[in-house]
Design a protein around this ligand. Structure first.
Ligand code: SAH
Ligand code: SF4
Ligand code: F3S
Length: 486
């Protein structure tokens, strides 16, 4: 493991090793020297910040970047007036891209004040050629640009940046490589995401992810279990298994295995109290998974099951490969087998050709499934996806009317669903002190509902039994019961 490595013992007069991760350890050692001499010259510690723009997988990548940065000698901070700022970008919808461009202008201002400042960009947006062209032309103050496939090479790229003094751009079109055992700096000491697979093969017609994240690749169950054991030994009690479609985990491994099988292995690991996962594609959700969840003490009572649309016609055009009826019967089966589960979802409004009747179908599904929460998105046209060239892009007024109506239904159903826990005492993992009122703690229930309750910071990272006193729409106010049952 990397934490057993003494970087000061690596011989930098030798050629860099060809194999990974040894090659990156070599570059970490080299970067340490650059950072050390820069901080001696400036008479202060160098600071760095990594900003996450995207999903949980993007956030996990940020932890890997932060792990390397800390290892090479930067002090991590939340302030963007730092010596090295990295934007880990997302391109799933256009507004994510626009936020990046907007904030780059602010960073440029900081860089004019601090000539030592370095700015790096990585993540999904960098896998788009048009973005790179625009950055090359109009954002010349950026020092390092890399993509999603070569993130494991971050130490090496950092080193090239220090040595070259020019903008370093390295984007790979795809990869079949999975590099293990690089440093990671977790945001929370007590919980962690774990990549179980990378990429996506589904090609939903609106979605850019398969183009920017490449083909689906599963990690071996042995490597995943080893990582979870290391995390457990380091104080992690809750894990979230991450993939664009966890239900197809393991199908393309040399020795094929199932996601439910992996969950059963993860459950056996001592110290891990809670297991979450994200995201489940409805078309691949197996009875084996429902059974595994039903009988598990550790798998959380929460399933994120993106619907996208309730209209079979639109689902077909989206290439989702299930119908309205199939989704409804799946949700019904899950609710019947696991009555205390919370089901959440993602919905897109304004997909090409969508009419108010289609949106009514979606609203019908929301009412029937009674989602505990739903993220509703306005369709964003992504260049290169099949949907971008479909006729009948939906006029803005229809999108707005449909979106508002859907949102109202979603909020009403979610409120009723969340209220069903009223008065119960349930275990909550304490995540942090409340930002507005530091006499309160914020905990998360197994079903993903948030509860605020009085308590002191020493409970952070522990599972506490909390009585849910008042439901405030989407969260609860509660109190810790005096004799926790754990
Ligand atoms: N792999 C996951 C989703 C990843 S993207 C899955 O299949 O469920 C997260 C969400 O972003 C999607 O569920 C979808 O609702 C939304 N999304 C993706 N592409 C979009 C687009 N072009 N416009 C609007 N929303 C989009
Ligand atoms: Fe995108 Fe569909 Fe893959 Fe999810 S399953 S990442 S929505 S293509
Ligand atoms: Fe965004 Fe990439 Fe995640 S496009 S949603 S950060 S996989």
């Amino acid at each position: 493991m990397y934490n057993k490595i003494d970087f000061s013992k690596i011989d930098l007069t030798a050629e860099p090793p060809a194999e990974e991760p040894a090659r990156q350890y070599y570059y970490i050692a080299k970067c340490r020297q650059y950072v050390k001499s820069a901080s001696e010259r400036l008479g202060r510690t160098l600071t760095s910040t990594v900003v996450t723009f995207g999903c949980q997988m993007n956030a996990r990548d940020s932890e890997k970047l932060a792990g390397i940065l800390e290892c090479v000698g930067y002090q991590m901070s939340d302030c963007e007036e730092a010596d090295l700022v990295i934007y880990n970008t997302c391109t799933v919808r256009d507004n994510a891209n626009q936020r990046v461009y907007g904030r780059l202008g602010v960073l440029h201002g900081f860089k004019k004040k601090n000539p030592h400042m370095k700015i790096a960009l990585c993540g999904c947006m960098m896998q788009e050629e048009s973005v790179i062209e625009k950055l090359r032309k109009s954002y010349r103050f950026i020092d390092l640009i890399f993509g999603t496939h070569n993130i494991f090479k971050f130490a090496e790229l950092l080193c090239t940046m220090f040595e070259s003094g020019r903008t370093v751009i390295d984007i790979w079109k795809d990869t079949d490589k999975i590099v293990e055992d690089l440093p990671v700096e977790r945001k929370y000491p007590f919980k962690s995401g774990i990549n179980i697979m990378f990429g996506c093969n589904n090609f939903c017609s609106y979605c850019i992810v398969p183009y920017v994240r490449g083909r689906e690749r599963s990690r071996s169950p042995e490597d995943i279990v080893k990582e979870i054991k290391t995390l457990a030994a380091d104080g992690v009690v809750e894990i979230m298994l991450l993939g664009q479609n966890v239900n197809s985990y393991g199908k393309n491994l040399e020795k094929p295995t199932s996601f439910a099988g992996l969950l059963k292995e993860a459950e056996k690991i001592d110290g891990i109290e809670r297991i979450r996962f994200m995201t489940s594609h409805p078309k691949d959700l197996s009875d084996e998974l429902i059974e595994a969840m039903k009988h598990s003490e550790k798998i959380c009572r929460h399933l994120h099951l993106p619907l996208q649309s309730g209209s079979t016609r639109i689902l077909q055009a989206m290439n989702r490969r299930y119908t309205k009826e199939q989704y409804l019967s799946l949700a019904e089966k899950i609710r019947k087998e696991i009555p205390d589960i919370a089901i959440t979802t993602d919905i897109i409004v304004g997909f090409p050709g969508e009419t108010m009747e289609d949106i009514e179908e979606t609203i019908d599904v929301v009412k029937k499934v009674r989602f505990d929460n739903a993220f509703t998105f306005i369709y964003s046209k992504r260049t290169g996806t099949p949907a971008a060239s479909m006729p009948d892009q939906v006029p803005e007024e229809i999108v707005k009317e449909g979106f508002d109506k859907l949102l109202k239904t979603v909020q009403d159903t979610a409120r009723n669903q969340v209220a069903r826990w009223q008065g119960q005492t349930l275990p909550a993992l304490v995540e942090e002190q409340n930002a507005q009122d530091n006499t309160l703690l914020t905990g998360r229930l197994s079903n993903n509902t948030i509860v605020h309750f009085p308590g002191d910071a020493s409970l952070i990272g522990r599972i506490v039994h909390v009585r849910l006193k008042e439901c405030h729409g989407f969260y609860y106010m509660g109190e810790a019961v005096e004799t926790p049952k754990f």
